[in-house]
Structure formats: structure tokens, C-alpha cells
Design a protein around this ligand. Structure first.
Ligand code: NAP
Length: 487
């Protein structure tokens, strides 16, 4: 690392944030954070276990009573101050993100701004928590409803969006008046630690935000979800782990939000503007090197334009520069680890074994770092693994269809239902598609749906609950009703 990166990393707290204090883990336990571009250890961070997790819950439970009573405006102003500070430090946070996760600096800048937007949006939503007052149908009772915080909330985030996933949960939780325990992914804890530090600096009282970094997520999570003081779990990660956590959460009937995996179709109809469709597919596929729940996993083109579309997509993919994301000239960084490279290599081999044809790319690049070439393949049969499994890498498989109904049937034949993208110049076809697609979100003529002002989330095995938009704060609020006899 150069001296700028070294001093940047040195300034980030590496301990556990519990009750407003940064502390080491018991016995000084630590684990390394590695740069996936070169396997260099970027930092050592505290490795929490069961005891530290329970101490964080104790702090969050204690702080809950007073945090609930703070004025919505003061909660909003803390979030607003944190938004300002993140944007002031956008460059350094971007570099930190690239060092621990690998995405190119330009994408890290985009994620930092996206993360900050959740704090700005929910600073504005904090003051709009409403209730209702009305008369029962028989006229005897007045019905008063209010919305109150759910209570101490446990937030688990994945490695692929190291800052935005935490901000997307902490913004609404804090705005609603909930205290939180954040557990970032083991591979990318530094952005979460920096975010927590910024929130503390913005005025979050002790115990309201707690952060537990760990290499043992099962021990920490079992301790927290097994304790009745915890009232909510918000999880972003794989469907498999989400399912396991739902089962464990049944013991104390936790409120749940589940942002899980995806298998997004991207449909290019025969009347699409091909320039828009190719640019949209590049964005939907290559954002985060394909390591996104929203990544276009199954690109479907009408048979009449599939050849031309694949050729143009191949040209754009071949022009991408692969390398260490800290180099400003780089478009595509490394995958997160060796397991990710092995998975995409296996999926490629399976598709080729079933008769698929490489248009561009197709294999690992270099010996150091976890680089895989931007890839387009065609002629992929539906029974190949990548039709039904998340690819989570830079492979764009192009499938062909003959009719709209066939495209919808292919798009919906998956257990996932997070997002779909469609490209068409026909308004009525766009509207028919929105209704036909079994997903929580649809991108129309754009390969990007993420927006702090919009409700992000899925259906089926992609989970439930929404993050962002007017809906986001309700994940952390519960309705209280009073029946009033006014005599
Ligand atoms: P993951 O393995 O499910 O891990 C996600 C988080 O859960 C990490 O913090 C991880 O900690 C923790 N974890 C793993 N196993 C656990 C267990 N048994 N008990 C408690 N916690 C556990 O997922 P990932 O590989 O990090 O992320 C990729 C997945 O996230 C993909 O499926 C992607 O589609 C999904 N995702 C969904 C969204 C969405 O909004 N729908 C957004 C981004 C990503 P460790 O890091 O220590 O393992």
C-alpha cells in the first residue's frame, strides 16, 4: 500500500463499538482483512465472540429507552450530519472500499454517494412518522394509531456493498428510533467501522450504534437471536443463510427483513433500442464485477436481434480494462476471493460442456489476485447450472426467445424474484412486462434500479421487506392502537 492508503487505513477504528466505546476483543483476538487484488493484509480487526455480542445487546437495550424518546428532528439532524461527513470524505472512503473489496475507484465513489443518500433520505423521513385517528363504524369508539420503534435491531450485511448495505439499514433504523448492532461481513469490515465512527462523530449517543466484527458469525448471531431483548433482525446475504436465520429467529418471534439472492433476467425485445440495451446490459451485468444480487444473470434477446446484440455486447466487454481497482484507468477489479473464481470457473465449464459458445473472455486472468475476464457466451441451454444459480461474476450468458410469453416464462422460471430488466420502445409492451414479471423490481430501459428514494426488495426466495423509499422506515416501526371511549 502507498503511504496515503496506509495513513487512511490507520485512521479507521479496528475495535468493537460497544456502548459508545471502542474496545479490543477478549484476549486481543483479531482477524485479517485482505485486498483481493493482491492478497495483501490491509488491516487487522477485532474478532468478537459470544460475550462481546451480548455486551453489545446490553448496550443497545439500555440505550433503547432514551433513543425512543429523542425528537424525530434531532434523530434526523444526526443522520443529516453523517450524510454531509460521508460526502466530505467521499474520496478516502472510496479508496478504503477499493482496498478491502476490490471494486474500481469510480464504482466505489458511486457506492459512497449511494450509501450517503440513505442517511439523507431517512433524515427527511424521521420527521414524517405518522399515525391515524378515526371513528369505528358503530360510532362508539375513536381509533388512535401511532407508529413506535420495533426495538433493538441486529443488522447483518454482506461483503459486496461494504458501505451501502449498512447505511441502507442504519438510516431507517435510527430514523425510526431503534438502536442497532451492526455485523458487517468478515471480508469487508473497514467501511462499516468508518461509518460507525462517522455516526458517533455526528452525535449518535452511546449504545445507539454498536458494531461487532467477527470471524465467527454463527456464535455471535446465535447469542443475539437467542436473547429475548433483541426484537428485530435485518439480513442481507444469501438465501441459504437467510433461511437458516429465519428458523433461528422463530424462537423469539423477531421482526424480520430479508434481502436475499437474485437471478435477474434482462429481456431485450425485438423493438428495443440496441444502444440502450447494450449499455443497460453492461451496467446490469458488470456493476461490481457481476457480484451483485441485482446483476443480470440471464440475458434474453429476441431471436431476430440476438446475434447483433451479442456481437455488440462482446465488443463492449472486450474493451474493459481489468486490474487493481485503485488504478483510475481500471474498469473491472478482482472477484472477492478464490472461492468466487472457482465458482464462476465451474459454471463456465458446465455451460461449455452443455454446448455453449464463447463470444469473448471465458477464463481466469493472471496468477495473483482473483481476476476473471469479462465474458459473453451464447447458445447456453436452459438446463445448464448458470440458468438457475446466481453467477456472481462477470459472465453474461445470452439466451434466445421467440415470443413475449416465452420470455416471461423463462424469466419467471426461477425460485428468485428480486429484479428484472426489460428493453423495449413500446409503452404497452413495457407495461405488460411489468405486470407479467414475478419480481419485486423492474428496470425499464435502464440497467440500474437502486435509489434511496425507492423501495428495494424482492419476492419468492429473494426475500421480503423493503429498504429505501417511503416503505423503508416501516421495517423498523410497529403500529400501536388505542381504543378511546370518549363517553
Ligand atoms: P452470505 O454468505 O449469506 O453472508 C452474508 C452475511 O451473513 C455476512 O455478514 C456473513 O458473515 C453472515 N453469515 C454467513 N453465514 C452465517 C450464519 N450461518 N449465521 C449468521 N451469519 C452468517 O452472503 P455473501 O456471500 O456475503 O453475499 C452474497 C449474497 O448476498 C448473494 O446471494 C447476494 O445476492 C446477496 N445480496 C443480496 C442483496 C439484496 O439486497 N437482496 C444485496 C447484496 C447481496 P461472514 O462474512 O463472516 O461469513
Amino acid at each position: 500500500m502507498n503511504s496515503n492508503a496506509v495513513s487512511l487505513v490507520a485512521a479507521v477504528p479496528k475495535g468493537l463499538l460497544i456502548g459508545g466505546e471502542w474496545s479490543a476483543a477478549a484476549n486481543g483476538a483479531e482477524f485479517p482483512v485482505e485486498n483481493p487484488a493482491n492478497s495483501e493484509v490491509v488491516a487487522m480487526v477485532a474478532d468478537a465472540g459470544r460475550e462481546e455480542a451480548l455486551a453489545a445487546l446490553e448496550a443497545a437495550s439500555y440505550a433503547q429507552a432514551s433513543w425512543t424518546k429523542t425528537s424525530p428532528r434531532s434523530r434526523g439532524e444526526i443522520l443529516r450530519a453523517a450524510f454531509e461527513e460521508i460526502m466530505r470524505r467521499q474520496e478516502e472512503l472510496s479508496l478504503l472500499m477499493t482496498l478491502e473489496m476490490g471494486k474500481p475507484l469510480a464504482e466505489s465513489r458511486g457506492e459512497v454517494a449511494y450509501a450517503a443518500e440513505f442517511l439523507r433520505w431517512f433524515s427527511e423521513e424521521a420527521v414524517r412518522i405518522s399515525g391515524d385517528f378515526y371513528t369505528s363504524p358503530d360510532g362508539t369508539t375513536r381509533i388512535l394509531t401511532s407508529r413506535v420503534p420495533v426495538g433493538p435491531s441486529y443488522l447483518i450485511t454482506p461483503w459486496n456493498f461494504p458501505l451501502a448495505m449498512g447505511a441502507r439499514k442504519m438510516g431507517p433504523a435510527l430514523a425510526a428510533g431503534c438502536t442497532v448492532i451492526l455485523k458487517p461481513a468478515e471480508q469487508t469490515p473497514l467501511c462499516s467501522l468508518a461509518l460507525a465512527d462517522i455516526l458517533v462523530g455526528a452525535g449518535v449517543p452511546a449504545g445507539v450504534v454498536n458494531v461487532i466484527t467477527t470471524s465467527n458469525p454463527v456464535a455471535v448471531t446465535d447469542a443475539l437471536v437467542g436473547d429475548p431483548r433483541l426484537r428485530k433482525l435485518s439480513f442481507t446475504g444469501s438465501t441459504e443463510v437467510g433461511r437458516e436465520l429465519m428458523a433461528k429467529s422463530s424462537r423469539h418471534l423477531l421482526r424480520l427483513s430479508m434481502e436475499l439472492g437474485g437471478n435477474a433476467p434482462l429481456i431485450v425485445f425485438e423493438d428495443a433500442d440496441l444502444d440502450k440495451a447494450v449499455s443497460g446490459a453492461m451496467l446490469a451485468k458488470m456493476r461490481n464485477m457481476g457480484e451483485a444480487c441485482t446483476a443480470a444473470n440471464r440475458i434474453m434477446a429476441h431471436r431476430s436481434i440476438a446475434g447483433e446484440f451479442s456481437r455488440r455486447l462482446g465488443e463492449r466487454m472486450a474493451a474493459l480494462r481489468l486490474g487493481d481497482g485503485t488504478d483510475p484507468a481500471v474498469d473491472v477489479g478482482p472477484l472477492i476471493d478464490q472461492a468466487a473464481v472457482s465458482k464462476v470457473t465451474e459454471l463456465m465449464a458446465d455451460a461449455l460442456g452443455h454446448g455453449a459458445e464463447v463470444v469473448v473472455g471465458g477464463s481466469r486472468v493472471g496468477d495473483s489476485g482473483y481476476f476473471f475476464a469479462p465474458t459473453v457466451i451464447k447458445g447456453v441451454p436452459r438446463h445448464s447450472r448458470m440458468f438457475s444459480e446466481e453467477i456472481f461474476g462477470p459472465i453474461a450468458p445470452v439466451y434466445e426467445f421467440d415470443s413475449d410469453d416465452e420470455a416471461y416464462e423463462m424469466a419467471n422460471s426461477t425460485s428468485y424474484g428480486l429484479v428484472a430488466y426489460i428493453f423495449t420502445e413500446s409503452f404497452s409492451r413495457a407495461h405488460r412486462s411489468i405486470e407479467a414479471l414475478d419480481t419485486g423490481m423492474v428496470g425499464v430501459n435502464q440497467g440500474f434500479v437502486s435509489n434511496a428514494a425507492a423501495p428495494f426488495g424482492g419476492v419468492k426466495h429473494s426475500g421480503f421487506g423493503r429498504e429505501g423509499g417511503f416503505e423503508g422506515i416501516h421495517e423498523y416501526l410497529t403500529v400501536k392502537y388505542a381504543a378511546l371511549n370518549l363517553g
